[in-house]
Write a protein that binds this ligand. Structure first.
Ligand SMILES: Nc1ncnc2c1ncn2[C@@H]1O[C@H](COP(=O)(O)OP(=O)(O)OP(=O)(O)O)[C@@H](O)[C@H]1O
Ligand SMILES: [Mg+2]
Length: 280
């Protein structure tokens, strides 16, 4: 249904009023980060949100490019429960690709729309403090678990009308750098900022089970689906961090389809929403 421009804008007004001054954290990844037309619509969406007064913080992934470049360098990638095993060589690649190339590309992209994006990594001013993380007793090498987020540092940017774009690498007090899963980092940032919403943009409609999209996923059902194996791989850290974020007081977590142009705006400004919303 085609609606006239004024109708669309007026329908957005209650949402604009509701979210002005609030903080949204967006995990950016998948096709929205690699396909030109989706990159453009993403940059437009986050810029519009910022310009109507929402504080936007981006945490980006980059898994596929890390795997590609590592393989070109002759470094093999292995995953344990959707998390990348990271030895020192892999952490170097992660730093180069994530905190270097990809971070700057995302910042440049958003700033083509005048979004005021500033690139940060978790290392800067101890933004993401981390310690070694073991997945159920399994050693993942230099994979970090976030112990603290430097909220005051992030607030400096938000208070000055800038949009932090965070590459998810962590650092400990000794200066050891860790690879941190982007979904988990986004959850930790959303929790620390007491953000209103957290969005995961991915290359799926949302959480799918028995070939059907689950529009609302409860924690109990998610646990069952993980046990059955219906939720696996890269969806596990998303779902797990989504629920710990919800427990911390963030009101809504959404997994949305980054392959659809403007999925972020549609989720925020329509009653029906898109993708999967996670609830306790
Ligand atoms: N039940 C499920 N519903 C939907 N996707 C699922 C499910 N179980 C596993 N997946 C997988 O999870 C993947 C999404 O996670 P993945 O880590 O691959 O991408 P991402 O997090 O969006 O990007 P990146 O890791 O590069 O930041 C989907 O492509 C899909 O293959
Ligand atoms: Mg992932």
């Amino acid at each position: 249904m085609i609606q006239s421009k004024e109708v669309v804008l007026i329908e957005a007004l209650p949402y604009i009023q509701k979210y002005e001054g609030k903080t949204f954290v967006v995990k950016y990844g998948g096709a929205a980060m690699t396909e030109d037309h989706l990159k453009k619509t993403f940059a437009q969406d986050v810029t519009i949100l910022k310009k109507i007064g929402i504080n936007i913080v981006i945490v980006h992934g980059g898994g596929k490019e890390i795997t590609d470049i590592a393989s070109r360098l002759g470094i093999e990638t292995t995953f344990v429960n959707g998390q990348r095993y990271s030895d020192e060589k892999m952490v170097s690649v992660v730093q180069m690709v994530l905190a270097g190339k990809i971070n700057k590309e995302v910042v440049a992209l958003i700033n083509t729309c005048d979004g005021g994006a500033v690139g940060l990594s978790g290392v800067d001013n101890l933004l993401l403090q981390a310690e070694k993380y073991m997945e159920g007793g399994i050693d993942l090498g230099l994979v970090g678990m976030i112990t603290q987020v430097n909220v005051a540092f992030l607030q400096l940017f938000l208070a000055n009308n800038l949009m932090p774009v965070i590459a998810p690498v962590g650092v400990d007090a000794q200066g050891i750098i860790y690879n941190v899963n982007a979904d988990i980092a986004a959850g930790a940032v959303a929790t620390a900022l007491k953000s209103e919403k957290l969005f995961y943009m991915s290359d799926v409609e949302g959480v799918v089970a028995d070939s059907a999209l689950i529009s609302t996923l409860t924690e109990q059902r998610a646990r069952e689906l993980v046990t059955e194996g219906a939720i696996n791989g890269g969806m596990i850290p998303k779902v797990k961090s989504a629920f710990s974020t919800l427990h911390s007081g963030v009101s809504k977590v959404h997994i949305i389809d980054g392959r659809k142009p403007h999925s972020l705006l549609l989720e925020i400004f329509t009653d029906e929403g898109v993708g999967t919303q996670l609830v306790l």
